[in-house]
Every structure is written in C-alpha cells, then in structure tokens.
Design a binder for this molecule. Structure first.
Ligand SMILES: [Zn+2]
Length: 415
C-alpha cells in the first residue's frame, strides 16, 4: 500500500469550447484546457462477491474506481456506434502513459479522446453541483416492469449515468429519461459561412463542452426533480432547457485563460460580444446559422450579419412557447444579473485605472488589470452558478413557473 496521499484530482486535457475554435489562429492556444476532476482510484472490487447470488449487472455495480470506458462511480461511457455496428476500444485513463500526459491529446479523429472528453466535462458538471449542494448527485431511478407475471412497475436504482458518444448519425444530442443515458450524435456540416466551417466536415456533438454540460445537467435535474420532465405547464420544460444552458454558460468562467482572453478582447465589457455568453458555436455554425446555437446577450442581425445586443422583449413570455426559446428568457435574466454583479465588483478597479473617470483610455489593457477583472468575473460567475444550483432545493416538487424560480434565484444574488 502506497504511503503517498492520493492526488486530489485527475487532470484531463479537452476543448474549452469545441474543436472548431482551434481552427482560429488566435484562439487555438486557449481552446485546449486541462479539466481537473475528482480522482477516482484504479478499479477494484469493493467487497467479496458471492458469485452464485450476484447477477453480472450487480457484480459490475460492486466495482469501485475507474475502469476502461471510462466507467467510474458516476458515469459509464459506452462507445457503440449503431450506424456502423461497432464498439470503439474504451480508453483506459489509468494507463501510465495517458496519466503522465494529462490524458489523451485533443483530437477529432480519435474515438478514445471523445470518450475522455465526455467523461471530463460530465464529471466537471457533477463536481459543480456537489460543491454547491454539499451532497452527492444521485440519478433518477429507472422505472421497469415487474417480472414473473406481476403487474405494475418498480423503481430500479441507477448507479451510473450511461453516455454514448456516437449514438446517432444526426445533428442532435439528448438526455433520455427512459434509458437514463446521454446520447450524442455526429453529422456532416452544412455551414452558412464556409470561411468559418468546412462544408461536409464531420461535427461531433460529444466534443462540445456546452452540449455535454447541458445534457449532463438535464440528467442531474431529473435526479433532483423527477416531475420536471412532465409538461404540466409551458414553463416546466423551458426551465429544464434554461437551467442546462445556465450551467454550461457559467462553467466557461472557470477556464482562466479563456476568461482572460475574452476580457482582453472586450476590454472588460462582458456585455459586448464574447464567447463566454455563447453556447455551442460549432454546432450552430454547422447547422447553417450565422452564429452560435444560442447567445445569452445578443444575436446575429439577419441583414448585416453582424452581432448586436438583444434587448429584453416584454412580449416573449406570452408568445414564445418552444422550450429552448422560452428558456432563453430565464437565461438572459440570469446572465443580466451576473453582468450587473460583475460591473459592481469591478467599478473601483476601472476608476483606479482611469484617473477616477471609470472610462478606460484607448489601447490594450495592462495585464495586471486583465488579471484582476478576470478574477472578479470568475468569482461573480461562481457565485451566480452556486446560487442557481442551491435554488433547486427551494423549488416546488411537482411543477413550477419561471417567475417562481426567479424568486429563490435572484433574491440571494442581491444580498
Ligand atoms: Zn436540452
């Protein structure tokens, strides 16, 4: 038995956003980041298993630690591609060469890296929930039909969320509440702007941080509020979509180099066009949009093809019923609250840096100021993300309205 303390986390390389950003010269260096996720030991059997009484499934549940897949305590990556009828070799993150290099090198052409990416982002999302809630994430149980001619259903404990990185040959990814699994698709791109995205190039949704974080959040929410998959009113499914977007958006602020880069580019103004407020850029571009799949603060003008801020529209709540569009009302409100907190936190820094005017002079920001602004943005974003997650414990059990959720969400932020 080693006397060296176990490492606090496992380092795994991955994309901060998605592979497309690495094609931009100025973004390539910051798009590869190192995810620090909770350390899982090399797999071992937890207790002596009586083989005669345990089914294979149960024996598998007794394994503690990380197995090739990766299959760990929370997640089970199963890389079967039904369109070619093939299992891809599972990555062994405990392989000494892989461990020594902080995981595999990010690559669109390596299925083992795809498995590593979904595991790294999935575990990052789980870690953020557990840190905010102060307890473990538990998946919703599976409802199964009783056996031996008995009528009715029973709830079967789900030890791990299953993740299929290559489940579909289509531009889609989703959480299946029936299978308790995340299914990611891949597809050929049909970009509107061919200078940004190669036409007919393969796009893997399992390589997008935002899509993985979004789908993992759907699964975590299902475990916490099992009736929120039932559309008892138009706000319920909208809330599921909104919350999943909020978690994906605010996880951007935990990537220090990305944050500093965007603060430098926007000169500290996070209410202007920036990557941090956008979701799934490659996916949006690959399905023929001129911008990202969703943007919390702006949109691309259809006439000029230029980004413009999106002011709140008071009629949206009455007219927009599609869950993603309706959910974007809540996302915009939360992001707006974050911008207000951030502006408040950096007002003194801007005054100090501008001889009291609060208006920065022309030119590049000094790196000390960039670092301090990034520090404040990161703290504000973490504060908002944790408040949002904690607010889930104060939500009603059966159904909710967006206005109801705004009270537990926004009240702590104003304190
Ligand atoms: Zn969704």
């Amino acid at each position: 038995m080693s006397t060296t303390p176990k490492p606090p986390f496992r380092k795994l390389r991955g994309y901060a956003f998605d592979p497309a950003l690495s094609l931009q010269m100025d973004m390539a260096s910051i798009n590869t980041i190192v995810y620090k996720i909770p350390w899982e030991e090399v797999a071992r059997e937890a207790t002596k298993v009586d083989d005669s009484t345990k089914s294979n499934q149960n024996k598998d549940d007794e394994i503690i630690g990380l197995k090739p897949g990766p299959v760990g305590e929370y997640l089970e990556v199963i890389d079967f591609d039904p369109t070619v009828g093939k299992f891809y070799k599972p990555v062994d993150l405990n392989d000494s060469y892989i461990l020594a290099q902080d995981g595999l090198d990010p690559s669109e052409g390596n299925p083992q890296f795809h498995q590593q990416m979904v595991y790294a982002v999935g575990m990052t999302t789980i870690k953020n929930f557990e840190r905010a809630l102060g307890r473990r994430v538990i998946w919703a149980p599976k409802r199964e039909l009783k056996k031996n001619n008995q009528k009715g259903e029973y709830e079967n404990y789900v030890p791990r969320l299953r993740i299929y990185p290559h489940a579909l040959r289509e531009a889609n990814a989703y959480y299946s509440p029936q299978k308790k699994a995340l299914l990611f698709g891949y597809f050929s791109s049909v970009p509107a702007n061919e200078s940004i995205q190669m036409p007919a190039s393969l796009v893997f949704t399992c390589l997008s941080h935002d899509i993985i974080a979004h789908e993992t959040t759907h699964a975590i929410l299902d475990g916490m509020h099992r009736h929120y998959n039932e559309p008892s009113n138009p706000d319920v499914l909208a809330f599921h979509e909104a919350f999943s977007d909020i978690v994906a958006l605010f996880q951007h602020f935990t990537f220090p180099e990305v944050l500093k880069n965007q603060i430098r580019k926007t000169r500290g103004d996070l209410a202007s066009q920036n990557l941090l407020g956008q979701l799934a850029q490659q996916f949006g571009s690959a399905i023929g949009s001129y911008g990202s799949l969703r943007d919390a603060i702006g949109e691309i003008d259809e006439v000029t093809n230029q980004w413009k801020p999106k002011p709140p529209n008071t009629t949206d709540y009455r007219t927009v019923m599609e869950p993603h569009g309706r959910g974007s009302i809540l996302v915009a409100a939360i992001f707006d609250a974050f911008i207000s907190i951030y502006k408040d936190r950096v007002a003194d820094l801007l005054r100090i840096a501008s001889n009291g005017t609060g208006i920065l002079s022309q030119g590049e920001l000094p790196s000390d100021l960039v670092n301090r602004l990034a520090d404040e943005a990161s703290k504000a974003a973490d504060h908002v993300l944790q408040m949002c997650i904690r607010a889930l414990d104060y939500c009603p059990l059966l159904t909710l309205r967006l206005v109801t959720i705004c009270v537990p969400l926004l009240r702590p932020m104003s304190i």
